[in-house]
Design a protein around this ligand. Structure first.
Ligand SMILES: *Cc1c(COP(=O)(O)O)cnc(C)c1O
Length: 226
């Protein structure tokens, strides 16, 4: 077993264990391998071990990796997104986890429409009202619900959340699920997805219904920012 195979298997076992505790089918929880700051070579090893979905938070950093990596990788965009970067992101990435305002949602909808397609997206919610983080507050989301639901070129998959660093993550994840449930009830949209849980808290997220965990350092090793 290569190092990457062992690390991937260990994360998958932890996901499966959390699913057993939650009484959930492990097939309901996907792993997104967050490869930001890690090399194309590191991605290649994890891909060779069987992982297909990878997350990046910057177009510029992702481009040279994507160029040299196998075409069957499914790339997910998880970073802050400026409206002038949307077209390129839609050309490059399979889905966007970080739609943090109605204005951005409208831009993605318009450009996806120009491209003759639908864009799969998650709506990012700002659980703790932190100004350092983007995202809809639960009030914003309520006010924007009908406008969001009317965007024909968005495939609204659900909600994405990053809980505040302090406090019990599980409570925040439960809150994200409630926000999703409320939005779903108000709009009639299914919103099946919950993108939540990172290296330090993905088991808690699975207990609260996460359908895709975004795991970087627990899989690739510790991250060194340039
Ligand atoms: C970096 C990042 C992750 C992964 O973080 P780890 O703690 O390394 O698992 C997940 N989601 C987003 C949005 C990120 O930026």
């Amino acid at each position: 077993m290569s190092g990457a195979e062992g690390r991937l298997a260990a994360i998958q076992e932890r996901i499966a264990a959390a699913c057993r505790i939650a009484g959930r089918d492990p097939a309901e929880v996907r792993l997104l391998a967050v490869s930001k700051t890690f090399s194309a070579e590191a991605v290649r090893e994890v891909h060779a071990a069987g992982q297909l979905a990878f997350g990046e938070n910057k177009q510029q950093e992702a481009d040279p990796k994507i160029a040299v990596l196998p075409a069957d990788i499914e790339w997910h965009f998880i970073g802050g997104l400026q409206r002038n970067k949307v077209r390129k992101v839609l050309q490059t990435f399979h889905c966007i986890h970080s739609i943090d305002s109605l204005r951005l949602a409208e831009t993605v909808d318009r450009i996806a429409g120009e491209m003759g397609r639908k864009a799969p997206v998650y709506l990012e919610v700002n659980l703790g009202g932190e100004t350092s983080k983007g995202g809809f507050s639960s009030i914003d989301l309520r006010e924007s619900a009908s406008a969001l639901a009317a965007l024909e070129h968005l495939d609204l998959l659900g909600v994405m959340a990053i809980p505040p660093a302090d406090g019990d993550p599980r409570g925040w994840f439960a809150r994200a699920r409630e926000i999703r449930d409320t939005l779903s009830a108000e709009t009639g949209l299914k919103l099946p997805g919950l993108s939540m849980g990172m290296s330090g808290d993905f088991e808690a997220a699975i207990l609260e219904g996460s359908t895709i965990v975004r795991v970087g350092s627990a899989l690739f090793g510790s991250r060194h920012y340039p």
